[in-house]
Design a protein around this ligand. Structure first.
Ligand SMILES: *Cc1c(COP(=O)(O)O)cnc(C)c1O
Length: 404
């Protein structure tokens, strides 16, 4: 029985409105979500789902985490927005908390991942007044949809029909240090990479790769920028993904989970580089607004007050044990990659029918790169929910594999 056959009247009315009034640039499931709590979410027909991909990675602390809800409610009644021509206590405090948990740098605030990467791209070019304007990125990476970021995204499917792309980007195979070294010339200004590919299939940088990039950047005077829009903010069990690799970047970009579901983005950079993003050269009207700042602060405090970085370690080992056991008894699973609450289950079969089958079992998951089931569970997911989710996912994979 497919979900479409069971479409309720409330959902159907919403879909009709969309069909008439909303630009059809997204593929959507025929489900209208109404409310959520933790790793559970309910649709307009009253169906309950277990959400292992809450908010596409934005809802780091599950749906509607109480301390974040409270911080936003308090703030919104006092000041909704003020421009960056004024100071607010919240923005400074937020920057301090991020700085102390990363490499002691400074923050530029914006509203999304693609904007954070645009800031990094501009910073790299401004550092040498455009002399060293070229930026090296990696095949399989993903950096966003605005023109700079989508050009940085070295996947042809995201460029189709959009050309000409921004000039000055060069693409290297992921993991190939020699290729990177060969691309560097006197006009190369920086390297932009996700330390753990997200959309690219949940693939950590191979051993030694980020260290090698750091060395090349030091030798050739390049900026090393890590796109941590997906891997940052505690998701992997460290505050930032790079902290697993012992390599210090010059720039990190953040968004998605930064404000636990409220829109917000940031670029963090060293004090030395920060001065190159000089007044007048970059801005974001809503960047660092009081609501995003309060949500971002509340998210960090909740992670610390509830010991969630340590909890991610426990939760990840349960996922790993369950998914590896599934891989051992099911040929349709090629590989299991668990980096905290960033999980990829690589299949030998198409992922779309598996996602459909999960949906029939009231389980929300994602598929990326055609064959990788991607989970970005909430940091505060419970062991019971993990077991329940792995049971349903396992049934779905086995069922679809037996049909193939
Ligand atoms: C989602 C994502 C982006 C883009 O973020 P938006 O907020 O959608 O602009 C950039 N980089 C990475 C690694 C992402 O996962």
């Amino acid at each position: 029985m497919s979900t479409i056959d069971t479409l309720g009247t409330a959902t159907k009315a919403v879909i009709d409105t969309f069909d008439r009034y909303v630009v059809p640039n997204y593929k959507r499931f025929p489900i209208c979500l109404e409310r959520g709590a933790g790793s559970k979410v309910w649709d307009a027909e009253g169906r309950e789902y277990l959400d292992l991909f809450p908010g596409w990675g934005c809802n780091l602390l599950g749906h509607c985490p109480a301390p974040v809800v409270k911080a936003v409610q308090d703030q919104i009644a006092r000041l909704i927005h003020v421009p960056n021509t004024w100071y607010t206590e919240a923005q400074g405090e937020w920057a301090r908390l991020l700085s102390e948990r990363s490499f002691g740098g400074k923050a530029f605030f914006c509203n999304s991942g693609t904007e954070a990467n645009e800031a990094a791209i501009k910073l790299i070019r401004l550092r040498t007044d455009g002399v060293k304007y070229k930026i090296i990125t990696f095949r399989g990476g993903f950096h966003g949809r605005t023109f700079g970021s989508v050009t940085a995204t070295a996947q042809p499917k995201y460029h189709e029909g959009l050309g000409p792309m921004l000039s000055g980007f060069q693409y290297a195979p992921h993991g190939d240090l020699d290729a990177v070294a060969q691309l560097v010339d006197d006009h190369t200004g920086g390297i932009l990479i996700e330390p753990i590919l997200g959309e690219g299939g949940v693939v950590p940088a191979p051993p030694g790769f980020l260290e090698g990039l750091r060395r090349i950047c030091d030798e050739r005077d390049l900026v090393l920028a890590f796109d941590e829009v997906q891997s940052g903010c505690g998701r992997t069990g460290e505050w930032f993904g790079y902290q697993h690799f012992g390599v210090r970047p010059d720039v990190i970009t953040l968004a998605k989970s930064l404000c636990a579901g409220v829109a917000g983005g940031a670029m963090l950079t060293t004090p030395e580089l920060a001065r190159h993003l000089r007044p007048g050269m970059h801005a974001a009207t809503f960047g660092g607004n009081p609501i995003a700042a309060r949500a971002g602060i509340a998210a960090i405090e909740m992670i610390e007050n509830e010991g969630l970085l340590a909890h991610v370690g426990t939760a990840a080992s349960i996922f790993r044990e369950r998914l590896e056991a599934l891989r051992d008894r099911c040929d349709a699973i090629r590989d299991v990659r668990v980096i905290g609450m960033m999980i990829g289950v690589e299949l030998a079969i198409d992922g779309a029918p598996v996602v459909e089958s999960c949906l029939e079992k009231n389980l929300l998951v994602n598929c990326t790169q055609g064959r990788v089931i991607r989970l970005l569970p909430a940091m505060n997911i419970t062991p019971e929910e993990i077991h329940d989710g792995c049971d349903r996912l396992g049934d779905a994979v086995v069922e679809v594999a037996s049909r193939a």
